[in-house]
Design a protein around this ligand. Sequence first.
Ligand code: NI
Length: 178
Amino acid sequence: MTVLTIVHMGHPVLARPARPVADPTAPEIARLAADMVDTLAATTGVGLAAPQVGVDLRLVVLNAPAARGEAVPLTILINPWLEVLGRECESAYEGCLSLPGLTGVVPRAWRIRYGGVGLDGAAVVREAQGFHARLVQHECDHLDGRLYVSRMADLSTLAYSQQLLRLQAEAQPQDRPA
Ligand code: NI
């Protein structure tokens, strides 16, 4: 088990397009993917892109357990692509392991088709909507050197998650016995 260091906003690898993976079945790609799965598992995050561990390659890992809302199965996608379906957009809070502690409202396409190549070299094609589609859009943005803040329509919603949670707790009536 190898947990890699996650780089934060300000590292140049997060601000430039990543390179395509030449051979998705290469052993070093399998090793990188396994390390990224371990790294993601050590966080509260639901997705990780290779640039976030300082690697300039087009590879993402998705894994959203059902316990934290809508589930997205563990998926390793190499050279991913996505296509927006329909015109419907949804705005929702997003966070990023490369911007620890922060969250902001980001408009995203509601429905997409996406795909890429798995570690076995086989093509993957899926349709997704809502949270799942948002996650894929967020991770693919990383491969183009974009962070969610650059997608925000209203920067005044950028916030520290802990502050929002504190406000939420204060707003709720203390109806549970101690
Ligand atoms: Ni991110």
